[in-house]
Design a protein around this ligand. Structure first.
Ligand code: AMP
Ligand code: MG
Length: 391
């Protein structure tokens, strides 16, 4: 049995960053920028008005001063001339500020009569002009790696970057194993249950930017497992669920070994999730998760998510933790690191009740895991505890 941190190191050693690909901007949201890109242009490309009003010379903008309106500058249609003393140009938001003007007096501060305006309210010191390049200059970088947010997409668009270099999304083959399992929507036999893990994990991994492929359920026979392993070609990561313990029907390790798996470890000192294994199968990293639904999901958050982030080029870091005061108490922990299902409310975290690793109803009510170190003594209300957020 190895500690969680050592298991993570082994997993990171299996998780090399994937190659880059170029996708159209519309497909880039949520993807990881793989290469630093730089603005193709300056924004705004010209000094632009930030208001509707009149462009004129700031030194002349006194209360009651009068100007002759000599033209109009609208967004997309500049006024080509050069403004002289005593002149103003009607201007709208986003329009180029004419040469010779250095202030826009907002229309609310002006009274117009024919082609004459007079300033009837104090225009104040603001020039209402966005200088050229105030947002970014041509060549301004957006640094990789970076998971692209909606705001980033808008920025890339503004930079005129229509095609974006991103990490290829990791394809994850998800394999449920067990004679007792049927897929959701199917009619289970009297001794059967519905496979839940692959669905929960697929949802979790999709959020990180992976492309999960739920393969057919492998039955508890060597032949069935071999067949389903045969469907993993092209995957960047193979994840099996269940069949990882040492029971008579736990065949995953045996079959994977027969197929040539190079095992990096088996068993981690954690609760839930002890029977975790990993290695490389035909060159593809493989992780064998325990079958109990909460164990599988906890291992997904603790191991698979950081592993996928590493494959996406985001670096090798464990799932982030924060420190938070405890509501209610906790009894002493045993020798294994414990990931307790928990709920954060009003800035405090409380264990979510029964910690049996089969209870999906408890997991669904949880938004966090309290991480207890091995042999952590009993904790009282208000103690600071380590928390991993479930999103
Ligand atoms: P195993 O590791 O195969 O012994 O499975 C441990 C427990 O998890 C058993 O109660 C299984 O029925 C259950 N289990 C295994 N795989 C899944 C799955 N994909 N979905 C739901 N429960 C599962
Ligand atoms: Mg099983």
């Amino acid at each position: 049995m190895i500690p969680v941190s050592a298991a993570l190191d082994h997993l990171f050693a299996l998780a090399d960053p994937l190659p880059l690909e170029t996708v159209p901007l519309r497909a880039a949201a949520g993807r990881v920028l793989g290469e630093t890109v730089s603005a193709q242009r300056t924004q705004p490309p010209f000094a632009a008005s930030s208001m509707d009003g009149y462009a004129l010379k700031g030194v002349e903008a006194d209360l009651h001063a009068q100007f002759k309106v000599v033209g109009e500058s609208a967004a997309g249609h500049r006024w080509e001339g050069t403004l002289r003393a005593g002149q103003a140009v009607r201007i709208f938001t986003g329009a180029p500020v004419p040469d010779g003007a250095d202030k826009v007096v907002i229309q609310e501060d002006v009274t117009r009569s024919g082609d004459m305006i007079s300033i009837t309210d104090d225009p104040g010191p603001k020039d209402n002009i966005r200088p050229a390049g105030v947002d970014f200059e041509q060549g301004t970088p957006l640094e990789a790696p970076r998971r692209l947010s909606p705001g980033d997409i808008a920025l890339l668009a503004s930079m005129n970057i229509a095609n974006v270099p991103v990490r290829r999304a990791p394809v994850v083959a998800l394999i449920s194993t067990g004679d007792e399992l049927v897929v959701p929507g199917e009619a289970p036999g009297p001794d059967q249950i519905i496979a839940s893990n692959t669905y929960g994990l697929a949802a979790m991994l999709e959020k990180v930017g992976a492309v999960p492929r739920i393969l057919p359920i492998a039955r508890d026979t060597v032949g069935s497992l071999q067949t389903v392993f045969g469907l993993t070609r092209g995957a960047d990561l193979i994840v099996t669920i269940g069949g990882a313990s040492v029971g008579d029907h736990d065949l995953v390790a045996r079959v994977a070994e027969d197929l040539g798996m190079d095992q990096s470890f088996y068993k981690v000192a954690m609760r839930p999730g002890k029977p975790l294994m990993a290695g490389r199968l035909n060159g593809i990293p493989m992780v064998g998760l325990p079958g109990n639904p909460v164990s599988a999901m906890v291992c997904g958050a603790v191991f698979l998510t950081p592993m996928l982030n590493a494959m996406l080029g985001l670096g090798r870091a464990p799932a982030p933790r924060i420190s938070m005061p405890l509501r209610g108490g906790l009894s002493a922990n045993g020798p294994r690191e414990h990931y307790m299902r928990a709920r954060i409310t009003d800035g405090m975290v409380e264990d979510a009740g029964a910690q049996d690793s089969s209870l999906l109803s408890v997991l669904a009510q949880s938004n966090a895991l309290i991480v207890r170190p091995p042999h952590d003594p009993a904790q009282d209300e208000g103690a600071q505890v380590e928390v991993l957020l479930l999103t």
